[in-house]
Structures are given as structure tokens and as C-alpha cells.
Design a protein around this ligand. Structure first.
Ligand code: FES
Length: 292
């Protein structure tokens, strides 16, 4: 199968993509942590959907037009498309860098390969543009654009791997059922008086799901314990202003609603309502929409 062959070829690049990716990540991660408002804008938290994959459709479509116009003998239209396509690549790249700042493991390595291939394509298009400036029908410029488009397609394939094969920026609760039946809640720890300890996150079991509970002194707030962004353990996070902060990349979710308030998650966290059970103990159920 062609996918397995390509995966072997991509994996063989780990020797350089891993150290290179780690070095770039070492620069980008602290930068975007400081500029978290910019990171959230670029990753699409405001949209509730990753922005990068949506933005990448534009340059791919526009850059295809470059070759289409070349084939049709429309050099001016091809040049205009090339300029617009390059600008669209840059816009997509900026959002991709913001995503990259919170990647780990295989996703980071493969995203490094994806980004490098796209830079190679971008350089090809820029050289093509230079050649077209002196001669809009330059065979070298036209050929280089066509070649660069093939490189873009390869880069898009690798980028698809990052999301679909490695699950980067995929909602960790995509396949979780949304049943809203009341079930017995089993906190992992209790205060000596039998209550749920106040002010700090504790683990709890709810049927097949693991939750994080926070007793804020007036009510018990509950979210799923697995961070929607990358699976981080929310019970190990800290409570900040009614939100819980993931210990891995510091996404914050409102404890009362599960709404994401700071990236890199662009997804809300499943939220649960908790009530005392007749005869003692607690029960909980998933909130219908994750809101509240
Ligand atoms: S796993 Fe990335 S913020 Fe939680």
C-alpha cells in the first residue's frame, strides 16, 4: 500500500526532523505562551475549530490556478494567482506555527516535515515569481510552479498525517457518547467528614468515565478528566478563577460549563452536573451540550 511506503520514507527523516523540530519548538512554545491571545486567535479558539486546516484550502486552490492559467496561456493571470497564492501560504503558515507551538512526540516530528516541505514549495514559487518578473512566459518559471505544486501536494499529505494519523488538534472527546443518565459518582478521595475536599481538583469515577471534581465551597463542579486538546490529565492541573488549567499545555476550561477559555484547545470540555443522592453519596450526569 502506498501509504505504508510513504510512512517509511517519512519516518526515515526523523534523524533531522526530530532535532530540528525540537529546536523550533523551543523558540515558538515560550513565545506563544507569552502571546497566548495571539496563539488563540491563530489556532481558532474563537471559531471552536482549528483554523490552520481551513486556511490551507485557500493556497492549495489558488496555486492550482497558477498551473491552470499557465496551461491556458494566461501568463498575467498566472502571475497574479502566484502572488495571491504566496500570500495565502504565508497566512496559513502563521496559523500552522501557532499549532506547532503545542505539539509533542510524533506529531511534532511529522509537523516539522510538513512545514519544511511547505517552505521548499514556497521557495520554489518565489523563484518562479522572480523568473516571471523578467519574462512572464519563462519556461523555467512555469516549470518551477508546476513542480512546486507537486511539492505542495506532498506537504499537504504529510499535514493530513499530523491530524488524521497522529490525531494532533483532534478533539479527544470526538467519540465519547453523550448519554445524560444519572450515575453513581465515586470520588477517589474524601475529607474526614465524608465531604468532597474543597478548592482542589480530585479524581472521580462515573460509570466508564473518569472525571475531575472541584468543590468550590458551594457546589461540586465536574468535567471529564481528559483534556480535549491532547489528553492531558486535568486532575493534575490547577484551579484558576473558576477554571481548571491543563498541566500539559495550559488550556483552561470553565469548571461550571466546560467552555474553553484559553488555548491551545479549541474544543470545550465535557461538563457534568452533580447532585447529592438520596441516602448519601453523589450522582452525576453529562450536561446535554457541554454548556450550562
Ligand atoms: S493536553 Fe494540551 S492543553 Fe491539555
Amino acid at each position: 500500500m502506498i501509504g505504508r511506503l510513504l510512512t517509511r520514507v517519512f519516518d526515515a527523516q526523523d534523524r533531522w526532523t526530530k532535532p530540528f523540530g525540537d529546536a523550533v519548538h523551543g523558540l515558538l512554545h515560550p513565545l506563544f505562551q507569552r502571546l497566548s491571545w495571539l496563539r488563540d486567535l491563530l489556532i481558532g479558539r474563537w471559531l471552536g475549530h482549528p483554523l490552520h486546516p481551513a486556511l490551507t484550502d485557500a493556497p492549495i486552490g489558488i496555486l492550482l490556478l497558477v498551473t491552470v492559467f499557465d496551461v491556458l496561456g494566461q501568463p498575467d493571470a498566472a502571475s497574479v494567482s502566484l502572488v495571491v497564492g504566496v500570500l495565502a501560504v504565508l497566512a496559513a503558515a502563521v496559523s500552522g506555527l501557532a499549532d506547532f507551538a503545542d505539539t509533542d512526540g510524533r506529531a511534532r516530528v511529522r509537523a516539522t516535515l510538513h512545514g519544511t516541505i511547505m517552505v521548499v514549495a514556497l521557495v520554489g514559487y518565489l523563484v518562479s515569481l522572480l523568473l516571471r518578473l523578467s519574462d512572464s512566459t519563462s519556461p523555467a518559471g512555469i516549470g518551477l510552479s508546476a513542480l512546486s505544486f507537486l511539492v505542495v501536494i506532498l506537504g499537504a499529505y504529510v499535514g493530513g498525517d499530523v491530524a488524521y494519523v497522529l490525531g494532533n488538534m483532534v478533539n479527544r472527546h470526538a467519540f465519547r457518547g453523550a448519554g445524560t443518565k444519572w450515575l453513581t459518582l465515586e470520588p477517589a478521595e474524601m475529607a474526614p467528614d465524608g465531604s468532597i475536599p474543597v478548592g482542589r481538583p480530585i479524581r472521580a469515577r462515573l460509570g466508564a468515565n473518569n472525571l475531575v471534581l472541584v468543590n468550590d465551597g458551594t457546589r461540586i463542579l465536574a468535567l471529564h478528566d481528559t483534556c480535549a486538546h491532547g489528553g492531558g490529565p486535568l486532575p493534575e492541573g490547577q484551579v484558576v478563577d473558576g477554571q481548571i488549567e491543563c498541566p500539559w499545555h495550559y488550556s483552561r476550561f470553565e469548571l461550571a460549563t466546560g467552555h474553553v477559555r484559553r488555548g491551545p484547545s479549541v474544543y470545550d470540555q465535557p461538563a457534568y452536573e452533580v447532585r447529592e443522592r438520596d441516602g448519601g453519596g453523589w450522582e452525576a450526569r453529562r450536561k446535554a451540550t457541554g454548556g450550562g
